[in-house]
Design a protein around this ligand. Sequence first.
Ligand SMILES: [Zn+2]
Length: 298
Amino acid sequence: MRAVLGIDVGATWTRALLVDRDGRVLDRVKVRTSDNPLRDIAERVAGWNFDAVGIGSIGPLDLRSGWVEGTPNAPSRRFPLVEPLRRFGKPIVAANDCVAAVWGEHVFRYAGIRNMVYVTVSTGVGAGAIINGTLLLGKDGNAHELGHAVIDFRARRRCRCGGRGHLEAFVGGANICDVYREVAGESVREPAEIFERYRRGIEAAERFVDLWLDALAAGLATVAAAYDPELMIIGGAVALGNWDLLSRELPRRLREYLSVREPAIVRASFGDDEVAVGAAALAYKTPESLQEFGYPRL
Ligand SMILES: [Zn+2]
């Protein structure tokens, strides 16, 4: 295979990259996510030359049907992942976005590491894991939805999924303005404002950031307890936009909660392309080798 198509379906944007064997991006397109985002991408990449297709998507997924089913934030709650791309007659593989991301890191950056997790801190919080060299999927492709790990069982705060006290409800970009109002007693319009106020030394923002870092560390300790990884890769817009803060504060706070030997913590390698590059890395696998991970044939 000379090049593959790697697609990232997000709640707001859908990206497609043409990616070569070495992870180099040869071409790219980005569209606003519609009620049928893969149909839109299929039209935009019709002139591209690729040998396989990988899709990393917001979930939940049904890997057997090849559909997203019941996603809370996209324009449509359900849409097809696979069917709109069948016209190209190439092999297609789909995965949860963080599952794709961890595979991309494994293939293109950390080939020697057999136990690693990827955690995104973005609008929501999610994880992908490779344990003993195997990419973990779950029965429908929705394993390790660890944004919904409970970090405060007495909390009244509800997550967008409906459950109480979840990690995402405290640290996800969609929730932190609400948490900030409760903790700091003042309102902001977007997460970036909170961190900007923190950097200006505003006491209320410092109080919030202290809570946010502890909540994130507690969540990451839960991830570490579940998987015992050597390497923990952190991505997502909220984390990457505040990497100075995370790299300085996280290891020390994580140690307070850890039960296992401390993993190395690094930032995600591919920025906005993280999921699409990971999807491309999956597309380079043969259908037979995907079945070893428990993939159904699509
Ligand atoms: Zn939840």
